[in-house]
Design a protein around this ligand. Sequence first.
Ligand code: HEC
Ligand code: HEC
Length: 241
Amino acid sequence: MQGLFSKVSVLAAVFVMSSAHAAGNAGDVASGKSIYLNGKGDVPACNSCHGQDAMGDDAMGTPRLAGQGFAYTAKQLKDFADDKRMDTVMYVMNTNAKGMSDQDMMDVAAYLENLEYDALASSDMNQVKELGNPVGVRYLGKGIAQHGAPERGVSACHSCHSYNGRGMYPIYPMIGGQKYVYLVNQLKQFRDGSRANDQMGQMRTVAKNMSDEDIYNVATFLTSAPRTTMGNSRWPENKPH
Ligand code: HEC
Ligand code: HEC
């Protein structure tokens, strides 16, 4: 009986999660838009750093937020608020998130997931170089994304983050089309353990075996990796909106 009962509740939880996702989710898009563009109380507007279109900025080291999965974004804000993840680039996100209620976090996450964006936008690699960042070799990074580097214990990114890093929601974020500087920073933070909010240490296990070159190569590929499959212009099933 006990076993049956827990199976039923797990199924019920999965159903609630997936139906919430299908129906939009628990966030209010209009409220999220207002917070994103205008801020709320002591919480500053997000667009000043993440961009009006939420596509991020390599000069500031901010990530793209547009199109990211709802549950992932809400979790990051919660983790910043609880100091489980630290903003070590501008030292602002922990304070920003502490000023937000759980509902505010869900509202912004819903707004961002539903935002329309340029699917082919990526980092301007000339700008990235001019800013003084080392860059990698795209085809070598594609190899790591698709196959990993088994001889060095690096798993394929596709196995969790899906094809071209387009995300496997709700757990695995979209990393394809993400800003280059941000990708490099996060991979280095997972590698040295300064970012440790990944469930069961999954990302730390992957990143700990990556060399600097692996990181630059995979980030060079991922930032310009399209969401769509070659020869098929339809958006994938798991696109969040
Ligand atoms: C002063 C600049 C600044 C402002 C304003 C700002 N952010 Fe950020 N945000 C950052 C930086 C820098 C990072 C990257 C931190 C890091 O690399 O450790 C970040 C990271 C994030 C992340 C993590 C994304 C991911 O892919 O894991 C989320 C989510 C986020 N910000 C949401 C917001 C929201 C929502 C607001 C508005 C309420 C906001 N930010 C306002 C600078 C800012
Ligand atoms: C075993 C599963 C797994 C594999 C394989 C994996 N990841 Fe991840 N990755 C995760 C999880 C889980 C998270 C989300 C952590 C969290 O919730 O904070 C994540 C998060 C990330 C992030 C942070 C995204 C953001 O917006 O801040 C980056 C960057 C990333 N992964 C890159 C990679 C790369 C590059 C590879 C391949 C070399 C890879 N991952 C392979 C599980 C995996």
